[in-house]
Design a protein around this ligand. Structure first.
Ligand code: PHE
Length: 337
């Protein structure tokens, strides 16, 4: 049988293979070299097949020699692959590099959405007055959204909120928050007074969208709890905010109103330089029941809270008559701000 076996030039196979591996210029290139050198099309594989034709006593040594060549070639291939991959990665990173120091000319750079601008400015105004920014979840328990805010089950004020409920837990127990006021409760439960926070965020109501309503909108809540806080502090804060946000030509007033979570309660309006009044939001002295729900002793502490719509505020500032425009994503509208 041994007469049929062609001589195998193992050294030649190895040297040729190593040369081709070294000459590969990319990982793709190396992949095809691999096919030729150790893969299905390779002379090495052919040689292995021909082992069967050797005499049994020669077969073992020839097999071992063949395996050694294969191992050598595979190791060379691995090493070359890492080399090439590193070069390719470096080239790719270099080509995808962005020069962030250069502002392109003639290209629209874009800016924050007007509601986001209003949100940021409001935070700035209140942070400037010493407030901290607090947050709460959009999905709330009915306890945080209602009960703890002195709106027990069956209270008529619940109907006014057009609540969207979430299927989670017992029916009616979980909802999309209808206002940012539950952040009052969460903040009181999380920290000891004195408290000076604003809580901007998204709120939800079962409303049909029209020029002045959206089912998803934004509010900013304010909460102050300290010793000896009075209605005068609330009125002064609203006035300070009004001039800081709108400018010196603007002023504010409080009008008696009713909210279950504040007593007394008021609506606050802003007067524009032309003398017209705009209703902005609600406010009042935090109700003792709300302080108690937040673990705060009403005998020791008192406070005020306020809440108003950010979208509405932005509309006043920018002179927008239909708030639906904010969320139509029409660049011609948005690019004006
Ligand atoms: N949460 C009230 C609303 O959404 C606003 C408000 C906040 C009123 C805080 C008083 C105090 O209408």
């Amino acid at each position: 049988m041994s007469d049929a076996a062609p001589p195998i030039d193992l050294d030649g196979l190895r040297d040729d293979g190593l040369a081709r591996i070294a000459a590969a210029t990319s990982t793709d290139d190396l992949k095809s070299v691999e096919g030729d050198v150790t893969g299905k099309r390779s002379a090495l594989l052919e040689a292995r097949k021909s082992l069967g034709q050797l005499a049994p006593e020669d077969r073992k040594t020839a097999g071992q020699a063949l395996n050694e060549v294969k191992t050598t070639l595979e190791a060379a291939m691995d090493a070359r692959r890492s080399e090439l991959a590193a070069v390719e990665l470096a080239t790719q990173l270099e080509s995808e590099r962005l020069d962030l120091t250069e502002v392109p000319t003639g290209v629209t750079v874009g800016h924050a959405h007007p509601v986001t601008q209003a949100w940021d400015e409001l935070e700035d105004v209140f942070v400037g007055m010493g407030y901290r920014v607090a947050e709460g979840p959009g999905i709330e328990t009915d306890w945080h959204n209602f009960d703890a805010l002195n709106i027990p089950k069956g209270h008529p004020a619940r109907d006014g909120f057009d609540t969207l409920y979430v299927e989670h837990g017992p029916p009616g127990s979980t909802l999309l928050r209808t206002h940012t006021s539950p952040v009052q409760i969460r903040t009181m439960l999380a920290q000891e007074p004195p408290i000076y926070i604003v809580a901007p965020g998204r709120v939800f109501r079962r409303d049909t969208a029209d020029a002045t309503h959206l089912p998803v909108f934004h509010q900013i809540e304010g909460l102050v709890i300290d010793k000896g806080i009075s209605l005068a502090d609330l009125a002064g804060t609203i006035e300070a905010f009004t001039t800081a946000y709108f400018g010196p030509g603007y002023t504010s007033r409080l009008r008696p109103n009713y909210f279950p979570f504040t007593e007394p309660s008021a609506e606050f309006d802003v007067q524009r330089p032309d003398g017209s009044w705009l209703e902005l939001g609600g406010c009042g002295m935090v109700h003792p029941n709300v302080l108690r729900a937040g673990g705060v002793d009403p005998e020791e502490w008192s406070g005020f809270a306020f809440g108003f719509g950010i979208d509405r505020l932005a509309s006043i500032k920018f002179g927008i008559s239909d708030i639906r425009n904010y969320f139509r994503n029409d660049v011609r509208f948005l690019s004006q701000f």
